[in-house]
Write a protein that binds this ligand. Structure first.
Ligand code: NDP
Length: 419
């Protein structure tokens, strides 16, 4: 019996909302609040009558902390699930502290305006100090740990698939399969085809910022940074086939590096087809991925936001996408004195997801873990004061919930390793 306030109503939110409504025993009431209220009303209309969950909607600009506090105080949720954009993370965390509720999200903070002088100065210092130059990092949200702890509130960060489930896989491997983990390779393979020459599977601005940035990995506790897309490997994914994948910087590297310092090397790979890369390089070369506003005929526009307006809405890819995702982690290490390796992974079918909730698998694989993380905070199994990522809790109830709620996982012993 609990109430959840869900902020955001895009591709990921729509899956999380469907899943909360399938799980009405836990989510007795939800309020869907977003910038465009009509989107919230549309999904409420779609689900009402098919679920016992009581749904209300609201309009909110989550960058406005005072308004968000007002909404939280009037709706009185037990927790807030932030599935808006990473730009809103800190504002929503502030609002949760002021209104005394738990906080959950799926992506770590990054600023919308990367030219803002104060942020830029801190960013440049961080690049030098830590050795990776991604625009997003956990430092901003980890800095809230004392405040959440003192308030007796939980902030659960990054409960999507990657980050999210991948870090739970790491905690599970550590608990059940290894005495010592030596290496982790996180593999994100999307074998789906939506038929467009170029589209992104989740918010284009966030997605393109992420994949056009320099790659990096952790080796013996140190960041090694490489030019974007300069490390390529081939891998044969079960039920998908042979794919090219590229080493990227990714959020969970930072969290796992901090929480599992004994692991000697942690890398993240994502598959891309040649056509995607050619389009992305071209867009980057002509300046369309820039986040710096330009003046066009008297109006200020941000090139990447203009590009977002031109590209297909990720939420519209559902009916067109065929194929499967295969996402998981290869662990190597030692158990009972013997070397061993395993691959823990999930395979998800785009068309099955669409049949179930009207979304493609990339939104599905993020929205289901967002619901599961929220459920575990609400039912108390994953509740402790402070700010945590998903590798910092008991993985067992989460792994059990993945099997129950649509993302069953498998363990392969002695998988082919990534060179
Ligand atoms: P979308 O762009 O589809 O949706 C974002 C939603 O947030 C929209 O409904 C938008 O409203 C709303 N929004 C934007 N700004 C505000 C604001 N100021 N106040 C209130 N609502 C706002 O994004 P996705 O659904 O693809 O992604 C959602 C989140 O999930 C992102 O943070 C993304 O990084 C993360 N993600 C995480 C993954 C993981 O595995 N961990 C994988 C994929 C995504 P409107 O429509 O009116 O603009």
């Amino acid at each position: 019996m609990s109430r959840l306030l869900i902020i955001g109503c895009g591709g990921v939110a729509q899956v999380a909302i469907h899943k909360c409504c399938q799980n009405s025993d836990v989510f007795t009431e939800i309020c869907i609040a977003s910038k465009t209220k009509s989107k919230c009303d549309a999904i409420k209309a779609e689900l009402e009558g098919k679920t016992k969950t009581i749904i209300t909607t609201a309009e909110i600009d989550a960058m406005n902390v005072a308004k968000t506090v007002e909404l939280i105080k009037s709706y009185k949720p037990d927790a807030v699930l932030n599935v808006a954009l990473p730009y809103q993370d800190l504002a929503i965390m502030d609002a949760c502290l002021l209104a005394n509720v738990h906080y959950i999200d799926t992506a770590n903070y990054e600023p919308e305006d990367t030219e803002e002088p104060e942020w830029k100065k801190a960013y440049e210092e961080r690049c030098k100090e830590k050795g990776f130059s991604a625009l997003f990092d956990y430092s901003y949200q980890w800095a809230y740990a004392d405040k959440f702890e003192k308030a007796g509130l939980t902030a659960l960060l990054g409960t999507g698939f990657d980050p999210g489930v991948t870090s739970v896989f790491a905690a599970y491997a550590k608990k059940h399969y290894f005495d010592r983990i030596d290496t982790i390779d996180i593999l994100d393979c999307n074998g789906g085809d939506h038929g467009y020459p170029f589209a992104t599977n989740f918010n284009p601005e966030i997605n393109l910022r992420e994949v056009s940035a320099p790659g990096s990995y952790l080796e013996n506790g140190k960041w090694v940074e490489i030019p974007a897309m300069s490390i390529k490997r081939e891998y044969n994914f079960k039920e998908v086939g042979q794919k090219d994948m590229y080493l990227l910087h990714h959020e969970e590297l930072e969290a796992l590096g901090r929480n599992m310092p004994e692991v000697k090397r942690i890398r993240f790979f994502m598959t891309f087809g040649q056509s995607y890369l050619t389009h992305m390089n071209c867009l980057e070369n002509v300046g369309m991925l820039s986040t710096t506003p330009i003046n066009y005929e008297g109006k200020e526009i941000v090139p990447i936001q203009f590009l977002k307006a031109l590209l297909p809405d990720p939420a519209s890819l559902g009916p067109r996408t065929k194929g499967k995702t295969n996402i998981g982690c290869i662990f190597t290490g030692v158990k009972d004195g013997k070397e061993k390796s395993i691959y823990i992974y999930n395979i998800c079918d785009h068309e099955e997801c669409y049949k179930e909730v009207g979304s493609q698998a990339v939104s599905y694989t993020t929205g289901v873990p967002a619901m599961i993380g929220s459920m575990l905070v609400l039912n108390g199994l994953w509740r402790k004061p402070g700010v945590f990522t998903t590798d910092e809790f008991d993985p067992d109830p989460y792994m059990e919930a993945l099997n129950k709620w649509g993302l069953p996982w498998q363990v392969e012993e002695n998988p082919v390793l990534v060179p």
